[in-house]
Unconditional design. Structure first.
Ligand code: PMP
Ligand code: GLN
Length: 381
């Protein structure tokens, strides 16, 4: 390719899913639900396609979805969002992240990233010419300190990229942590790009707190969401960004030459879905919480040390109890080939100081699949 920024390995999710298929393993690696998604949302999409709603929609997104997103912000977080100027629909959160970083970063700008981090972040920061500065979260609670932020922020900091709830660590940031972060963002006159795709998947009565809702942060944050996570429809790739016009405009400029638009029929179905009743949103978290407990109990019984999971549909397990040799990816490959169960090495979410004994399991699967995986692990260890 001739560009160092694009000279990249194949993403770990694709690598492990292919390996899993090859070995006919139970795939608890790549994060995707194995259910069909809400029937009424599917129905709205099918009707929209058949009724002919299939041409380019407006570049910013269909009015119905933008209005639904403004209403969603008000309903869940008390945010007052202007659907005409403060909402952009993208082809998945992946595009939202890419457009946000390409739109906001100038070459040489510093970007604060928290490790572990989702695998698309660093390549896009680099592609935009940004200079990454890392904060390494400390297991098992994935905490950070004021001193960590002092070391990462500088007068060159343009933005911080935060993922809350955090994949793969399953951490939900506390209000105190968000306040500390907000203090630094304001002190260094920076912005925050907030990847909140798991906003509706939080456990044990927790509340998700968008950084945007903290004092002084409304006009410094872009908030990113994904219908893939909120409606268990990862293949649809309907994502969205909300934020003040001065931040959103450059993102929209990047978006117009990345994908330009996102399928209108799917947007209409997501607009409908965002209006579903409270029981739907509560049920998403409670259903997944039960699955978290089911898999975590099973893994513990097999001998894994299981870390807490406060949100997302992932749980991290420490494999040290198995007399492990220090290479988490090799461990995951062996587990796939020999035990018939696939997980993702957590080291893949780090660029430095990677822990080497953590692996991530996805529990957004039918109960019999989770039980089958635990059964295979029990037989293997
Ligand atoms: N950010 C995080 C933290 C994710 O886990 C995912 C899920 N793959 C994405 C972004 C991408 O979301 P989408 O599928 O909507 O592009
Ligand atoms: N977000 C999903 C995960 O963390 C995977 C998405 C992808 O395959 N790129 O597993």
């Amino acid at each position: 390719l001739g560009r160092r920024e694009l000279d990249l390995p194949v993403t770990i999710f694709e690598v492990m899913s292919r390996l899993s298929d090859e070995h006919k393993a139970i795939n608890l690696g790549q994060g995707f639900p194995d259910e069909r998604g809400p029937a009424d949302v599917l129905d709205v999409a099918a009707k929209a396609i058949l009724e002919g709603w299939n041409q380019y929609p407006p570049m910013m997104g269909t009015p119905d979805l933008r209005q639904a997103l403004a209403a969603h912000g008000r309903r869940f977080y008390g945010l007052d969002i202007d659907w005409k100027t403060e909402v952009l629909v993208t082809s998945g959160a992946t595009e939202a992240l890419t457009a946000s970083l390409l739109g906001l970063i100038e070459p040489g700008d510093e970007v604060v990233l928290f490790q572990p981090m989702y695998d698309s972040y660093l390549p896009i920061v680099r592609l935009a010419g940004g200079v990454p500065r890392f904060v390494s979260l400390k297991a098992p609670d994935w905490s950070f300190t004021r001193a960590d932020l002092e070391a990462a922020f500088s007068p060159k900091t343009k933005l911080v990229l935060i993922n809350d709830p955090l994949n793969p660590a399953a951490k939900v940031f506390s209000r105190a942590e968000l306040e500390l972060l907000a203090e630094f963002v304001q002190r260094f006159d920076a912005f925050a790009v907030c990847d909140e795709v798991y906003e509706h998947i939080v456990f044990d009565g927790r509340q998700h707190i968008p950084l945007m809702t903290l004092p002084g942060m409304r006009d410094r944050c872009l908030k990113i969401g994904s219908a893939g996570k909120t409606f268990s429809l990862t293949g649809w790739k309907v994502g969205y960004v909300t934020g003040a016009p001065h931040l959103l405009q450059p993102v929209a400029k990047a978006h117009q030459y990345i994908t330009f638009t996102t399928p209108p029929n799917l947007q209409t179905a997501v607009a409908y879905g965002l209006g579903k009743d409270d029981a739907y949103f509560a049920g998403l978290s409670s259903g997944l919480q039960a699955k978290r407990d089911r898999l975590a109990d099973g893994l513990r019984a097999v001998g894994f040390e299981v870390l807490p999971s406060a949100g997302t549909y992932f749980v991290v397990a420490d494999v040290s109890p198995f007399g492990f040799d220090g290479n988490d990816e090799a461990f995951c490959r062996r587990l796939t080939a020999e035990a018939g169960v696939t997980a993702i090495p957590v080291g893949a979410f780090f660029v430095q100081d990677a822990p080497r004994s953590f692996i991530r399991f996805c529990f957004s699967k039918r109960d019999e699949i989770l039980d089958g995986a635990v059964e295979r692990l029990r037989a293997y260890f």
